[in-house]
Design a protein around this ligand. Structure first.
Ligand code: XMP
Length: 543
């Protein structure tokens, strides 16, 4: 047994493998279903070496066709003794291509080559102290060259290796286990811990050693290469069909659209729906930017009345989300039909989505749908309604990688640094029933928050900054009169990936300016409060 929580072994690597060109000399990561598989691929890309994930069941011929410089066998949740334990073709170990097994990967190599794997008495989870332990010192092993002989490493395994296959030697140990082995003659290396995880000291160097000392890989991969590869593969995939994209002006969908536009030009039509729930002036400004600066073909649909009608009388947050999602799909489908009926338009075969890797991993997590906290609205649900295949050019990337791609594609900085915005928009920041009047109030307050955060030089340092309109009235005094006005909450958070978040300790002067401006400039608001809750237990959005 290896990692605790993990996802099923999926086919999701196939397309990426398809993009890997032999001349890139990249590294194939064979996926045993581990929670860190994508992180391994990302760490390799960070070294400018292309990496593609394939399912562990990928045929050897398919792997060979890619002419990889190396193969990494990922971790995974199984035990090699499980009846349905995932396996590679053992030939993978006999190709003469360097192999690095990580965690379950190490156990599978050991088990397959005649060593012994056994259940540990005690699970090793979390940090452990690794001692590099080999005759000739760490410099005698390519994997540990240049790193200290004592390292803190991150473990997550139940089973471990008891005895080694022939030709192997131990090169590192933790208190409880053989932690690293090698067979330099066959260029097979394996570690029980996770070098790809930040908690492992010098983990990146170990991976670098494998890539450059063992595999002799060349750092040829770059953002530009990713873009070129992606554009080519979309071009080859779509034939003469047309595509549509639901564009929001956020960084993910914009980068996806620009990439696909490069491959399909005006056979890609982008549809930008004004739900009426966007930030102040966002619809007009974004449309202008997409058309004038990015030269995208965008249809702007103002459907705000329809959304408002759907939300009339609705106060339950989940019901709001459902109705917005449903209406979005209806509007989008109508526009697609109109397009399809138009004379100048070819057959639409594809829907472009800016899905990122964290969206993928969450949606296939073993936790399953039972843990739904909020029904996130993207354009999920569309493919079932419409006969389109998906193009998701960013599904293997993390947000910061997408931002880098965006930069490489020449996207304006304002798009790249834009704060994330939920699909249901201001409807989930306006507690209670959504009315036009209240939307305007919230847009005004929100614009002030963002303006002040920007002028304090904090916009790019925080994850999100926004206003929330509360269904709370309170007594105040203005001039000589009593007021009974609205309350705005200000939410500013720091985060890496939105899975966890901390409230930002804003300087007092910034809070003061925000508060003063909101009560002076936004009619009806007489009280401003600052949200000092972190995630968990709170979420970033209020609904
Ligand atoms: P929560 O509120 O769950 O939000 O902590 C985490 C991140 O997701 C954004 N968010 C959404 N994004 N559709 C989206 O595309 C949604 O329905 C949605 N709801 C929340 C939120 O702004 C934060 O960045």
């Amino acid at each position: 047994m290896a990692e605790t929580a993990a996802r099923p072994v999926t086919e999701r690597g196939q397309e990426q493998g398809g993009r890997m060109k032999a001349e890139l000399g990249g590294v194939v990561v064979l996926d045993f279903g581990g929670q860190y598989t994508q992180l391994i691929a990302r760490r390799i890309r960070e070294q400018q070496v292309f990496s593609a994930i394939l399912p562990c069941t990928a045929p050897v011929e398919e792997i060979q066709k890619l002419e990889p410089a190396g193969i990494v066998l990922s971790g995974g949740p199984s035990s090699v003794y499980d009846a349905d334990a995932p396996k590679c073709d053992p030939q993978v170990l006999a190709l003469g291509i360097p192999v690095l097994g990580i965690c379950y990967g190490m156990q599978w190599i050991t088990h397959t080559l005649g060593g012994k794997v056994e259940r540990a008495e005690r699970r090793e989870y979390g940090r452990a102290q690794l001692k590099v332990d080999c005759e000739g010192g760490s410099e005698s092993s390519a994997l540990f060259a240049g790193v200290p002989t004592a390292l803190r490493v991150w473990n997550s395994h139940g089973d471990h290796v008891r005895s080694l296959p022939e030709g192997f030697r131990t090169i590192g140990k933790t208190e409880n286990a053989i932690a690293a082995v090698e067979n330099p003659k066959q260029k097979i290396y394996a570690v029980e811990f996770h070098p790809e995880v930040n908690h492992t000291e010098r983990g990146r160097e170990l991976l670098k050693n494998f890539l450059f000392r063992v595999c002799q890989a060349e750092p040829k991969w770059s953002g530009a290469a990713f873009i070129e590869e992606t554009v080519q593969s979309i071009h080859a995939k779509v034939g003469n069909k047309w595509a549509i994209c639901a564009l929001s002006g956020g960084v993910d969908s914009t980068v996806a659209a620009v990439l696909v536009h490069r491959a399909m030009e005006n056979r890609l039509t982008n549809i930008f729906v004004n739900t009426g729930l966007l930030r102040k002036n966002e619809f007009e400004n974004t449309l202008e930017m997409l058309r004038a600066r990015l030269k995208l073909h965008v249809i702007g649909v103002d459907a705000s009345e329809r959304f408002l009608a759907q939300l009339k009388g609705i106060t339950d947050p989940e019901e709001k989300r459902r109705r917005i999602g449903r209406e979005f799909i209806a509007v989008f489908a109508e526009e697609a039909q109109k397009l399809q009926a138009g004379e100048a338009h070819g057959e639409i075969g594809y829907l472009v989505q800016g899905t990122l890797y964290p969206d993928v991993i969450e949606s296939v997590s073993v936790k399953g749908p039972s843990a739904t906290i909020k029904t996130h609205h993207n354009v999920g649900g569309l493919p079932e309604k419409m006969p389109f295949a998906l193009i998701e050019p960013l599904r293997d990337l993390f947000k910061d990688e997408v931002r880098r791609m965006g930069k490489e594609l020449g996207l304006p900085a304002e798009v790249l640094v834009k704060h994330p915005f939920p699909g249901p928009g201001l409807a989930v920041r306006l507690l209670g029933e959504v009315t036009r009047t209240q939307l305007v109030t919230l847009q005004e307050a929100d614009a002030i928050v963002v303006e002040e955060i920007r002028s304090a030089g904090l916009y790019e340092k925080v994850w999100q900054a926004f206003a929330v309109l509360l269904p709370v009235r309170s007594v105040g005094v203005m001039g000589d009169g009593r007021t009974y006005g609205l309350t705005v909450a200000v939410r500013v958070v720091e985060s890496d990936d939105a899975m966890t978040a901390d409230w930002v300790k804003l300087p007092g002067e910034v809070l003061e300016r925000i508060s003063t401006r909101i009560v002076n400039e936004v009619p009806g608001v007489t009280r401003v409060v600052y949200d000092v809750s972190s995630k968990p237990p709170s979420t970033i959005e209020w609904e």
